[in-house]
Design a protein around this ligand. Sequence first.
Ligand code: BTN
Length: 286
Amino acid sequence: MWQGDGAQRQRDGAQGQRDGAQGSEPRFLSGKVVRFAEVGSTNAVARRMAEAGSPEGTCVVAETQTGGRGRMGRTWHSPPGGLWFSVVLRPAVLPRDIGKLSLVTGVAVTEAIREATQLPVMMKWPNDLVVHGKKVCGILVEGRWRGETVDYIVSGIGINVAVDIANLPPEVQAVAGTLVPPHDPGAAPLRERLLALVLEKFGLLYRRFLSGGFLDILEKARLYSDTLGREVESACPGGLVRGTAVDIDADGALVIRTCSGDVRIVSGDVSVRCAGGGYSGQVGRW
Ligand code: BTN
C-alpha cells in the first residue's frame, strides 16, 4: 500500500535529466545520485525508480519541483534555490517501524545543517526543522509494503537553502525560513555541501538504526527537540489534546502530559502554544 497520491505519479514528468553521475558525487551506501533540472516530485521519481529495481541509496535531486509534496497531502513549494531530494531505502524492518525512519532522517539533516552553517537548527516533532521558529526543512517518508514486508521506503527532504520567501504564498511566508538569502553567492556550494553531509550522516545513522541503535538516535532527537517542554495541542480523532510535551517515546511518538494523564501522539497535527496564548505552527506527522 502506498502512502501518497496515485494521481501525482501520472503527472510526474521529469525534465532535463542530468548525467547520472557517480565519480565525485556524494555517496550514500553504494547509491548513485541522479540529478534533474525539474521534476514533479523527487519522491515520485524515486518511487518509480524503486519500483523499477533501483538499489538502496539511489538519490534523486532536482533544482525545482512543480508538484512538490508535503505531509498530509499538502503542497511543498520548491522554487530554485532550495535543495530538494529523495533517497531510496530498502530496510529489513516491519512497516510499523517506518515512522522511526522519519526521525532518523530528521536527526541526520539537523546535524548536517548545523555542521554546514552553524545555525541553531532544532527539530519540531516529528521532524520539521526550524531556525529561530521558522521552518527551513520538511521531510516526507513514504513506503510500500505487503503484509509485514517492506518493499522500499523513500525519504524525501526539502531544505530551504536560499529560497526567496517573499515569493511564497502568504500563509507559507508566515512560517517559512531560509538558511541564507536567495542571492547569497555561497548558496550553490552550500547546497552541494549539504547534500554530501546529509547523505553521509544519514548513511551512518541509518546503519545504526538497522543494527538496533534507534534509542541512541532518539536521544539525539530529544536533545535537538524544540517541542519538548512546550505547551502544545493536537487534534486527535478522540478530540483536542492539550498539555505539555514531555517525551518522545521509544516508538517515536510524542507524549503530551494533560490534566487527565499522558497521551501518546503517533500521528497528527501538533501546534505549539505562543507567548500570547494562542497555538500556531503545524508540527506535522509522518
Ligand atoms: C512537509 O514538511 O510537509 C514535508 C515536505 C517534504 C518536501 C520534500 S522536497 C523533496 C521531496 N519531494 C517531495 O515532493 N517532497 C519531499
